[in-house]
Design a protein around this ligand. Structure first.
Ligand code: DX5
Ligand code: ZN
Length: 230
């Protein structure tokens, strides 16, 4: 699998001092910064949007791993590109009705959005809610349209939820079929759940409360990394 990348979710940081929090966590060893964008519609919570990303970009050269939990991700591609986002990960369920998706053919709306994300200069990712089968994303990976697949191990919306063991098993077939793909796991990941995440084949590790809530976040980042690389 590709090298481990630790992407702390700033959802659990102090939003009043976000630029300082980003710097602190990168200095402690974070590879990426995971930025959770919620619109109060796709998920029952509101966080931040492209204007905040643009402000952070002035303070940080870090890789901004943006996870868009929004109903109309296509509407935000240009704004996030201009704001300096590096990865734009949108939800499969937001772009098409899951009942209209198949493991054997690409849905044009999903393919077109992935292409638009790259055309805007960002990397393209697709996120899957716990209930969405992994196979539904295969056509877009096979077509070479995606840089990353994000496997949610909680229902999206809030930090600090309990890890869903069943959901992480979706990583294994993805890893078997696509050895070079970035597979990201997000939700309830920390030192007590990282072994299951690593065994399933993920290499990009999101952790919000486990990192920002720790007395020594740098030690948590190091533990997550060594568990994946072992
Ligand atoms: C959930 C978000 C996650 C969240 C993870 O909707 O996508 O990125 O911040 O937080 P923890 O690690 O606390 O579960
Ligand atoms: Zn996230």
């Amino acid at each position: 699998r590709p090298a481990a990348l630790i992407s702390p979710s700033i959802l659990s940081a102090d939003f009043a001092t976000l630029a300082d929090e980003c710097k602190r966590i990168v200095d402690l060893g974070a590879d990426w910064l995971h930025i959770d964008v919620m619109d109060g519609h796709f998920v029952p919570n509101l966080t931040l949007g492209a204007p905040v990303v643009a402000c952070l970009r002035k303070h940080s050269k870090a890789f901004f791993d943006c996870h868009l939990m929004v109903s109309d991700p296509a509407a935000w591609v240009q704004d996030f590109a201009k704001a300096g986002a590096d990865m734009f990960t949108f939800h499969l369920e937001a772009v098409a009705d899951v009942a209209d998706l198949s493991a054997s053919s690409a849905h044009p709306a999903v393919a077109d959005l992935a292409k638009a994300v790259r055309a805007a200069g960002m990397q393209a990712g697709v996120a899957l809610k716990p209930s969405t089968p992994a196979e539904l994303v295969f056509p877009y990976i096979e077509a070479g349209l995606l840089d990353l697949v994000l496997v949610l191990t909680v229902n999206p919306g809030f930090g600090g939820q309990k890890f869903m063991e069943d959901a992480v098993s979706k990583c294994a077939p993805l890893r078997a079929k696509f050895p070079g793909l970035h597979i990201e796991v997000d939700g309830g990941v920390g030192p007590s759940t990282i072994d299951a995440v690593a065994a399933a084949g993920a290499n990009v590790i999101v952790a919000g409360s486990a990192v920002f809530g720790a007395e020594r976040p740098g030690e948590v980042i190091a533990t997550l990394r060594s568990s994946v690389e072992r």
